[in-house]
Design a protein around this ligand. Structure first.
Ligand code: AMP
Ligand code: MG
Length: 366
């Protein structure tokens, strides 16, 4: 599918308020009219459509090549708009919204029949709802004045877009427009959570709101599996159908190497040496790599990408991960090695979840 002219709305940083509003009015009118409009959020770029309009929602699945049993997150601009989508909102769900909205937390609620197209919920009796913190996203949704179904604005199986340019790479000619609002902030998709019957908050997908942040805010958090990425892919979280798909995969074969820093570096170097003998194009995704020319920099890698500037800096790594995977695709890298040098806590948990999934669970512990 191609041939649609994809309009680009550039929201320059210092644009005056009137100009900004004009652009967003035009983009929101497209949404209201059943169009597909990609927009920035604080997590990643979303591909939006009116969640009540079955044809518009259908076009999301077609443009992305997304499996139809994978439900969509509905984005709203106020808690009142979320109330209109749900049958009822329990006290814990309400407190989650009041504590973490606007922000990167998606809450699964019992759907109010008829509130959104059944295509949005993929036939489930629940709907996943989020109020994004990004100014442009909130204003666009408020102006459109409809609930906006919006998965990540990438072709299915590709890394999520953290820049408007990534959206163009994947969806130019397939969607009506892209609102360019610069780089996404968190860089990973939202935390998806639901409340168990006993009141505990269950994280179905880790993200920008960590289990630690939930606990610190006084929520009772249901225990997660040690490696939630593997558990999800093995089908341990059937309540969130999307997590079973191999998302975020680069075209080359990615392997995550975890362990003590020195051992990790030695293991990756040995793999690069073996790959060089075979003539494979390789890349290393490193935490705080040594400066070029230093004795312990990786030898023979075609590409050396710094995911962070210091070991263990999960926030920077989360922010750079998807762009790094796309850069490797663009450079036709065949084998990627990632240093798994981050603690599986806080945002580090979400980062490792996405990294391990991107690697199809090729994880080496040294
Ligand atoms: P994406 O929009 O591509 O980031 O994926 C949306 C995520 O939200 C997937 O992992 C879905 O499984 C999850 N999700 C959407 N709707 C629901 C729902 N009603 N119940 C549980 N998980 C959901
Ligand atoms: Mg996605």
């Amino acid at each position: 599918m191609s041939g649609i002219r994809t309009k680009l709305w550039r929201i320059e940083q210092h644009r005056d308020a009137t100009g900004l509003r004009e652009q967003l009015l035009e983009a929101s009118a497209r949404l209201r009219a059943g169009g597909l409009v990609a927009f920035p959020t604080e997590t990643v770029y979303g591909l939006g459509a009116d969640a009540r309009n079955a044809d518009a929602v259908e076009r999301i699945f077609a443009a992305k090549g997304r499996p139809s049993d994978n439900p969509l997150i509905v984005h709203v601009a106020s808690i009142a708009a979320a109330e209109a989508l749900a049958n009822e909102i329990g006290p814990v769900e309400r407190r989650l919204m009041e504590t973490f909205w606007p922000g990167p937390l998606t809450v699964v609620l019992p759907v109010r029949p008829g509130a959104v197209s059944p295509r949005v919920t993929a036939g489930l009796d629940t709907v996943a709802v989020r109020l994004p913190a990004h100014d442009i996203a909130r204003e666009l949704i408020a102006l459109a004045d409809v609930p906006v179904a919006a998965p990540s604005a990438n072709r299915s199986g590709r890394p999520s877009p953290t820049l408007a340019e990534h959206v163009r790479e994947d969806l130019n000619g397939r969607i009506d427009g892209i609102v360019d609002g610069g780089a996404a902030d968190v860089g990973l998709e939202s935390t998806v959570a639901m409340v168990d019957p006993d009141g505990a908050v269950r994280v179905l997908r880790p993200g920008g709101v960590s289990a630690e942040a939930l606990a610190a805010a006084g929520f009772d958090v249901a225990p997660a599996d040690a490696d939630d990425a593997a558990a999800e892919d093995a089908g341990a979280a059937p309540r969130s159908p999307g997590v079973k798909y191999t998302h975020y995969a680069p075209k080359g074969r990615l392997c995550v190497v975890e362990g003590a820093p020195e051992a990790v570096r030695a293991s990756i170097q040995a793999r690069l040496d073996a790959d060089a003998a075979e003539g494979a194009r390789t890349a290393v995704l490193a935490f705080a790599p040594a400066p070029p020319g230093a004795a312990d920099a990786y030898r023979g890698a075609h590409k050396l990408i710094a995911l962070a500037d210091a070991p263990g800096d999960a926030a920077t790594a989360a922010n750079r991960l998807y762009a790094a995977l796309r850069a490797c695709d663009a450079a036709r890298i065949e084998r990627l090695y990632a240093e798994g040098l981050v603690e599986p806590t806080g945002l580090g948990r979400a980062f490792l979840n996405r990294l391990r999934k991107a690697a199809g669970h090729r994880i080496v512990t040294v």
